[in-house]
Structure formats: structure tokens, C-alpha cells
Write a protein that binds this ligand. Sequence first.
Ligand SMILES: [Zn+2]
Length: 285
Amino acid sequence: MNINCPSQVRYWANFLMPIVRLLNIWYTLLLSVVIRISVSVSSLCVLVLHRIVPDKADEWADVKLNTFVELLETLYRKQKIVTRIDNQQNNLDKICLSFDDGHASDFELVLPLLLKYNMKATFFITPHLIGREGHLSWNQVRMLNDAGMEIGSHSLSHPYLTTVSDQQLFTELKQSKVQIEQNIGKEIKSFAYPFGDYSHRTNALAKLVGYEYICTSKPGLFKAGGQIVKRNSVHSNTRNQDMFLLLNQDKYHLFRAQLRYSILYGLKRILGIKNYIKLKQFLYL
Ligand SMILES: [Zn+2]
């Protein structure tokens, strides 16, 4: 078929546009039906952030300080209870905040703001990163704990957990728990997967080791009484309007995020987790 001639291009465009519009309407209707079935209004929204930076975001996971302050002010204005993941009493009007990797900004920038707004959060730390440049010290971890924050484990050395042996997986899950407990003198109940990399095998062993809350990076809402926690990422590309849709548990926004995650999850399986993370950093997805 030769469609190089402008009149033929116009013909095919006129022919195809109504079909595309019809498909779009059907797609929207289908989404609304699926969402009504799958989303519960009594579910809890858990956010995950990483490093907070004073001005320019250097990495995909960075969030600028003014964006973070705006998030907290919005939550404060909406009179949301901002709390830790292990606080599972009375789920209504509650948001859980979590921070991965134990960056120094947890103590230097995040803690003063949480105290100002009377909010709590969960900080997932990796013992092998403690004391390294740009990361928390054990003393700062203890001060976060003393200020009423939850400390959780983010593994011992931050590996891709689906790629390690059963023995190493057990060590990463168990020894991180033991080391943090020895340093803060409190039981560790929550665990978050490095790189959001998990499987049925990692979930089963994390439960066996004794974690009550096992956190993924899969977007969605966390239903009361569950053990596998979905978390919604706030990162350098998160627009203000996306964040507000998320906080309002907007069904379309959540479904779109889940759809995007499913597509990227497929890509992750095809490329392998390490290549996928490199590509994601490169493209700043
Ligand atoms: Zn991490």
C-alpha cells in the first residue's frame, strides 16, 4: 500500500481517528470498572522517599527540600496523621512516611521538620552503610529512635536479594535485624527491599526471620492486617499534582501507577535487575 501522497495520508487519518477515539472511550470505561472492584477506601497510603537534597536533585531518587516541605505542609493542612509503618491502629486519615538507605539527610533535614509538624516516620537503614560518607551514624540512628521514629531494616549490605543464595538471603535479613536491635535496644518489626527487588522466596524467608511488615516498592494501598506493604515512590520526577492525587487516593492515579509498575516489572525480568536499575538511572525514569 502506497500512502505517500498527502491526500491518501488525509484519507487514512480521517478513517483511523474515530476508531482511536472509540478505543480510548472503551479503555477509560474498562479502567473505571476495574478500579471500582480493586480499590478499597479504607486502605492506607504509604510513601517511600530516599535522600532529601537542599537544591538540585543529582539522582532519580532525590527529592528537593522545598518539595518535601510542601508535602509536609499539605499533609498538615489536610490534618492527616503522619506516622510509622508499625503503627497500624485506626487507619483512617493516616499516611505512613518511610525513608530508605539511611542518608544523612534523614537526621539533618527530615527529623527537624517531622518534629516541627509533630509527625512520625519509618527509617530503613543498612548496617554496612552506617558511618559512611553521606549516611547516618549509629548515634544519629539512636537519636531518630529516641525521637519516636521507627527504625527498620533495609538489609545488611543492600544487595539485589533475588539474586543471592538462600544462605546469603538469610544473613542479609537476620543479621541486619540483629545488628540494628543491638544498637538501638528495640525490636525491629519492619523490612524494606533494596531496589524493591523481591520474590515469593524473599517474602517467605523475611516472614520466617520474624518481620511483621515487609515493604516493597510496588505502588498501591496497604490494607489493614496485611504483611506485605505496598509503597508509593516520591522521587525527583514526581510532580506536585501527582503527589496530591496520591494523597487523595485517586483511583485513576493509583491504577496508572500500578500499570506502569507492571510494565517496568516485565522489563526488569527481561533485562535482569542490575541492567534494569542501570537503564533506569540512565534514562532518569
Ligand atoms: Zn535502598
